[in-house]
Design a protein around this ligand. Structure first.
Ligand code: CS2
Length: 497
């Protein structure tokens, strides 16, 4: 039996495969992009588009990526072992394309020392600091989008601004070092699924700066930009089966391959202070204004995605493609999109919204992806406002129906009680998990009270939604239906109401 070799630069060359890689010189600290949060999404999206940009125009080889991991050293060690190369498998039903991505040139782990990440942000070779740190990484109040000044990480970082542990603290400390070292302009690019992500990042960074070092504000005004962007690619967590599959297909062992759908979209506000790769050569849309794209995607893709996750999980479906193969789900989702979300939306110029909605549902149904409902259900308290509640507010304002939205919110409530329809425990992963579970305990058996109490979690629902009788009644009715008839029957009923 021949031994399977591991993926690395030497073995790749041995196979006769070659890829263009960005320049890298550890002694001069290049590359120019520093990406906070080096998870699968980044590696399937920004790193992938940057690889394309380099393939299509070698001048882009000045733009390598240095990843930063906040959570664990594992990804750094795994990728270092394979010269930071990894396989990306892009799938659409029966079709799969495999390619090796080589744009990541280095990974650092913040646990190795609180000064490492700020020092690199401060270095003049860093021209873009981009991030996918997930919603909760912004340490904000999800309902208002303001910095949460009571967040334990923020409180700790403000006490010790030179030794930050949050991404927000690390960025501001990095900017302070940059100013002191005359490091020049830099772009901070949020690639998370947040409304007006760049503006939200700017607001949070500015507030933290006011509290940490107000003298930095005027330097920031001239030197830092915060473009917004809409990111879109479905990237389920990689499983062991995926690793086995990639090993067979590649003939090399990759400990950290990435699986994604074939579709990928990136629309970026073209506001970069210190240059950027020519991503427009790589299918990226560089535009003047992205807000309508972001809202459309958050409400028509992520909203239905979260709805599918909670309702699907409760109905016993493990993955999104499983639930999409049951006829009631596509029907329910399409109804929610057509009647409750779309009419209150401002559609970006030139977008065919009917085709967009159909493509979202086709993407959810992609049989080649095992995107677990449990994965998408994570961190609902941080996701609900921009995904579902913005649509609820639009529906209330425009006097649109909102029953399907209400059923989705009720499914989230049912899910975060922590007990499923069979009485089994649900592993709820959410920064507010224990608060949400104790609300469930104090409201046992009383559905109206449970809804009332959940609606008063102001980080999620703010103060306006609990005041809306129309919304409260609809959610109460929906939760009654979920409790009495179960999720599958409720989805069927609401799909045809
Ligand atoms: C998903 C998103 O996990 C989730 O919450 O809804 O990650 C989704 O797959 C992406 O936003 C698609 O672009």
């Amino acid at each position: 039996m021949t031994e399977i070799k591991r993926l690395n630069a030497a073995n790749l060359a041995g196979l006769g495969s070659e890829i263009r890689r960005p320049d890298f010189n550890p002694s001069t600290l290049l590359p120019g992009i520093m990406h906070l949060g080096i998870g699968a999404f980044h590696r399937a999206h920004m790193a992938f588009h940057t690889q394309r940009a380099i393939n299509n125009d070698p001048a882009n080889a000045a733009w390598g990526i240095r990843g930063v991991s906040f959570r664990s050293p594992a990804i750094r060690d795994t990728l270092a072992d394979q010269d930071y190369l990894y396989a990306l498998s892009s799938r659409e039903n029966e079709n799969e394309e495999l390619e090796i991505i080589g744009t990541v040139r280095d990974v650092i782990f913040t646990g190795d020392g609180p000064g490492i990440c700020p020092a690199l942000i401060g270095d003049e070779t860093t021209k873009i600091v981009s991030m996918t740190i997930t919603e909760k990484g912004y340490c904000h109040d999800p309902a208002t989008g303001q910095l949460d000044e009571t967040h334990s990480g923020i409180v700790a970082d403000l006490k010790n601004i030179n030794q930050p542990t949050t991404a927000i603290g690390a960025i501001v400390q990095g900017l302070r070092l940059r100013r002191d070292a005359h490091g020049g302009p830099v772009t901070l690019l949020s690639c998370d699924n947040l409304p007006s992500n760049g503006a939200m990042l700017e607001r949070i960074i500015r507030r933290y700066t006011e509290l940490a070092d107000p003298s930095l504000i005027s330097w920031m005004d001239d030197t830092v930009s915060f473009p917004k962007c809409m990111v879109d690619r479905i990237v389920p967590a990689t499983t062991n089966d995926d690793r086995v599959h990639i090993e067979k297909a590649l003939g090399l062992r990759d400990q950290s391959p990435v699986i994604a759908e074939a579709f990928s979209q990136w629309v970026i506000e073209d506001n970069f202070k210190a240059g950027r790769p020519s991503w427009e050569n790589a299918g990226v849309e560089m535009v003047g204004e992205v807000e309508d794209y972001e809202t459309m995607k958050l409400r028509l893709l992520n909203g239905p995605h979260s709805a599918s996750a909670y309702l699907g999980y409760l109905a016993g479906f493990e993955t999104v493609s499983d639930l999409m193969s049951h006829e009631v789900f596509p029907k329910f989702l399409r109804r929610m999109m057509d009647e409750e979300i779309n009419p209150g939306l401002s559609v970006p110029v030139g977008v065919n919204i009917e085709a967009y909605k159909s493509s979202v549902l086709e993407r959810f149904a992609n049989r080649a992806l095992a995107h677990r409902t449990h994965q998408i259900a994570m961190d609902g308290s941080q996701k609900l406002p921009q995904r579902l509640l913005g649509s609820v507010r639009s529906a209330l304002k425009n006097n649109l129906p909102l029953d399907c939205l209400a059923l989705s919110v009720a499914a989230w409530m049912r899910y975060v009680t922590g007990i499923d329809e069979q009485g089994k425990t649900i592993e709820v992963s959410d920064p507010l998990a224990s608060e949400l579970a104790s609300i469930a305990e104090t409201s046992t058996g009383d559905i109206a009270k449970l809804v009332e109490n959940y609606l008063h979690v102001s980080e999620i629902f703010e103060n306006d939604l609990p005041q809306s009788k129309k919304f409260k009644d609809a959610v109460t009715k929906a939760l009654e239906s979920l409790t009495n008839k179960g999720a599958l029957q409720s989805v069927a009923d609401y799909a045809r109401k």
